[in-house]
Design a protein around this ligand. Sequence first.
Ligand code: SD4
Length: 348
Amino acid sequence: MVKRRRFLQQSLKGVAAFAATGTTGVAAAFASPKAVVKATANVPVVLSTWDFGMAANKGAWEVLSKGGRAVDAVEAGVRITEAEGTNLTVGYGGLPDREGRVTLDACIMDDKYGCGSVMCIENIMHPISVARLVMEKTPHVILVGDGAQQFALANGFKKQNLLTPTAEKAYKEWLKTSKYSPVMNIENKANPKSKDHMPGGKYNHDTIGMIALDQQGNIGGACTTSGMAYKMRGRVGDSPVIGAGLYVDNEVGGATATGVGEEVIRIVGSHLIVELMRQGAKPEQACRDAVDRIIKRSPSKAKDLQVGFLAINKLGEYGAFCIQPGFSYAVKSNTEDQMHPGNSYYTK
Ligand code: SD4
């Protein structure tokens, strides 16, 4: 009922826009994106998932504040997280699969539907930059496994051991039970007594998804992860899947995801959110609708898993929504540089 009402409201807005401009609905709202953004939005702006997004946003800001492109900013931003080594879920230092191998997933999108992705790549510190090269230097969108690594090495990337002593220790501990049962906000729970493991603490980390709107009003996005810890060998999550872990449509906005990737892929979450925004939904509402869809499929399963979505539209309006409390995101613009808690379906 609520959704129907919103649809009707949006349709009416579309009619009003048509009456005023002679173009239809959302096409009218975004008919001249540059003009709209310059007139109303607080640009540039960059947002990214989880607390490590603060440091990553700083890297992106170096590019954005000088008038650089969003796609350059997001690549520079998430490279910081990939190299950090202190988080257990992205790039160097990420937890391995069940065979003890660190396999990385990443994708990137620019403002012209350009997209590049690498899946299950090993021993390369910056999968996001390999994804960028796939986008710009190949006729393809996705390279996987050995082929992705071969491509990276041919383009000057170096082979490195990404398994840190901390991740190896955690893996050896895990081998004692070898159970695969992803725990939501796992870093919060690993040591609930430690502040470092609570939301906002230095181990409360997950996939980094980042979206930026640059001074020209163009959007770019990046998403990079080591995936679910102790996954099956060869498993790929949502993060490098264009439309699932990330989607950017420069006419509308961008979205990214974190959490249990299988659930995100099923509903093609980020693309869904962008399409909902195209129909007039605000970013948080669009994220909420995507979460609702996951919950509707299996309410009992959703109770025990975490998925968080983050989105921005061309006006620079942003929002997030997740299944469980505990998800947070970082925003940097000329007027703010801070964390926001994501609203959630369940409240405890
Ligand atoms: C995945 N979405 O591989 C990623 C990882 C993640 O909580 O965000 N984990 O499914």
